[in-house]
Design a binder for this molecule. Structure first.
Ligand code: BMA
Length: 355
């Protein structure tokens, strides 16, 4: 395992913009040193508030914004002004610019509708993936959807007109069965083709070069399972997975054990392929354990090499994954923000990640 070898810290797109190449190189150099904390829709809304300038549940607790910001593009494919969680894309664009100006990292997911049926991403009848590949009946429609994504991505500009780098997290949780791109809905080969086709289209047809590409599964039990639908090292920059405490992993001990084993595997897969390991989504809904952050989450991640961990969104009192003022794990969360290992707004700013 050799990190920092010459050439290993270069992203998959040889034509990537300088800031995108720097983002990759700087994240690569953080491997094993720091973990950036992230939060989905952080500046958009939190528990009990929406679109209040400067507000963020993470900031309310720690005094700082997170280091990583997640947003979702779902419904942009339809040309709508709002995403699937009612966030206006114009606001997302503004929040991305502000996050970038603060030196933060931005990652976008895309809960795109089922192109075959027109229903949601969770409409998981088989056939949709086949239908959008070249030669398929919905291929032309899919290219129009990608054009909308490309328009959005190319409109993201910093103060000197440079493109803002984005970690694009396509077809997430692809080894689950709940999305139309899931493992029961298409073959591994079709999934790989879809990845390669999509990336080729964005790069070569649309000339988009401000992207790092994140591949991410749901739960997995072996390296073979993790890589079954992996399109290849030429296409991917970041290797991640999503995990939630709950269900079979409800107890702290069973969750910690499984989480730890997945992190061990992702560290070793990423290191052997010279990719960046990340926890692309995580959470314990409503965080019912007031010491979860210091007793469960932190002890497991601290001994691993993921460079960032993105908590899912704070929608309301029934669905939140980071504390808000007054919630039971707020003071515990504050402790991890002063650990030095986990970076928030000021930590990422000092790393000058785009230079
Ligand atoms: C899910 C939930 C939903 C949301 C979707 C897309 O995990 O949070 O409420 O609509 O993600 O953000």
């Amino acid at each position: 395992m050799i990190f920092g070898q010459q050439g290993n810290d270069q992203c998959s797109d040889s034509m990537a913009t300088p800031e995108t190449k720097n983002l990759y190189k700087n994240l690569y150099n953080l491997i094993g040193k720091n973990i950036l904390i992230g939060h989905q829709d952080d500046p958009c809304y939190g528990v009990g508030w929406k679109y209040i300038p400067g507000r963020s549940d993470i900031r309310d607790i720690t005094g700082q914004y997170p280091a990583v910001y997640g947003f979702d593009l779902g419904r942009i494919e339809l040309g709508l002004a709002y995403n699937l969680d009612s966030v206006p894309f114009e606001k997302t664009k503004l929040f991305i610019r502000e996050a970038y100006d603060r030196g933060g990292v931005i990652t976008l997911s895309w809960h795109l509708n089922n192109p075959l049926t027109g229903k949601t991403a969770w409409d998981n009848k088989p056939g949709a993936v086949t239908s959008i590949l070249p030669g398929g009946e919905k291929n032309a429609l899919y290219t129009i959807w990608l054009d909308h994504v490309a328009d959005f991505l190319s409109s993201l500009k910093g103060k000197n007109g440079e493109s803002i780098p984005i970690i694009l997290r396509l077809f997430h949780e692809l080894n689950g069965t709940w999305f139309w791109w899931g493992k029961d809905q298409c073959s591994p080969d079709e999934m790989k083709q879809l990845w390669r086709y999509t990336i080729h289209y964005l790069k070569s047809e649309k000339n988009i070069h401000n992207l790092l590409y994140a591949f991410n599964t749901d739960k997995f039990s072996s390296g073979e399972e993790y890589l079954e639908r992996y399109p290849g090292d030429k296409f991917i920059d970041i290797l991640g997975f999503d995990i939630y405490q709950g269900g079979a992993l409800k107890e702290n001990i069973s969750f910690s054990g499984f989480f730890n084993s997945e992190l061990d595997m992702i560290d070793s897969i990423a290191s052997s392929r010279h990719k960046i390991p990340a926890l692309t989504e995580f959470g314990y809904n409503t965080i019912p354990d007031s010491t979860w952050w210091t007793n469960v989450f932190f002890p497991v991640i601290v001994s691993h090499q993921i460079v960032y961990a993105l908590a899912w969104r704070n929608a309301d009192l029934k669905q939140f994954y980071v504390p808000y003022p007054g919630s039971s794990s707020a003071s515990d969360f504050k402790k991890i923000s002063s650990s030095g290992k986990i970076l928030f707004e000021s930590g990422i700013k000092s790393k000058n990640i785009y230079k």
